[in-house]
Design a binder for this molecule. Structure first.
Ligand SMILES: [Zn+2]
Length: 262
């Protein structure tokens, strides 16, 4: 989900500079809807500027004292030479409400600085994050996505190990192949077989290798289809060929798209 909040210039500038990464709020019913992986748009109080951040963690306490005791004041938005005391928050919230709802320290990072590795480290699946936020992480997929339906999508990978290197991933989050159900398993491997034959044909490769990794909870189930060309040696080294930049080939892209969407 996406949330909107307003800030005074001081905390806004501190978030923009990257020094403040804990936003303190009353943990009322609205803030209880915030989840790790959500995006918050912070706007200056006069709406002259806004910035997007990703929620990386939620630190819930009975009172602001808990947050002040556990986090460096600079992370809360203070300057090094300023004194920080939890009663500072009483200018924003009544004691009655603080006692009633408790408080939350929303740990955030600027969206512009977010990488797949940072998301994974915070137990957020980058693939799901990207999907839920209209390709905000990996960018426009117009020149990579060749097929999608309710269950899967098939696309050229952004950093291929060979020309024609493609991937098929599930729409829904499964950590890896060990978690998928029978019907998806059957469906995706039949689809992979057909796609491999199409890649071999269109790219005139000698063969196409298939691999899938089961390497932790924040993996997102996908199959990789990696062509091997006739000048390349057979064998497992094809799985770890150096990565290249993806180059859009309009003719081959259109042909594969056409055949997969028949
Ligand atoms: Zn996922």
């Amino acid at each position: 989900m996406r949330f909107n909040m307003h800030l005074k210039d001081g905390p806004f500038d501190a978030i923009k500079a990257g020094s403040k990464d804990i936003e303190m709020r009353l943990y009322d019913d609205t803030r209880k809807q915030i989840k790790i992986g959500d995006i918050i748009e912070f706007a200056r109080n006069d709406d002259s500027e806004s910035l997007l951040v990703v929620v990386l963690n939620l630190h819930v306490y009975d009172s602001f004292k808990g947050i002040y005791d556990n986090f460096d004041k600079v992370r809360l938005g203070y300057k090094e030479d300023e004194t920080a005391h939890y009663t500072d928050m009483e200018q924003y919230y009544s004691k009655e409400n603080m006692n009633k709802y408790g408080v939350v320290g929303i740990e955030i990072k600027l969206l512009s600085e977010i990488t797949p590795a940072i998301l994974t480290d915070h137990s957020i699946c980058p693939t799901c994050f990207n999907k839920e936020n209209n390709n905000i992480l990996y960018g426009d997929d117009t020149y990579t996505l060749v097929y999608e339906d309710d269950l899967i999508e098939c696309f050229f990978v952004g950093n291929p190990r060979a020309k024609g290197h493609m991937a098929i991933s599930s729409k829904k989050h499964y950590k890896d192949m060990m978690d998928i159900d029978d019907s998806l398993c059957e469906y995706v491997f039949k689809f992979a077989r057909d796609t491999m034959n199409i890649i071999k044909d269109v790219y005139e490769s000698e063969s196409v290798y298939l691999c899938t990794m089961c390497d932790g909870p924040m993996n997102h189930f996908h199959l990789q289809l990696i062509p091997r060309y006739k000048e390349e040696k057979r064998g497992s080294t094809n799985f770890v060929k150096p990565r290249q930049d993806y180059v859009y080939d309009e003719v081959k892209f259109s042909e594969i798209k056409k055949r997969l969407n028949k």
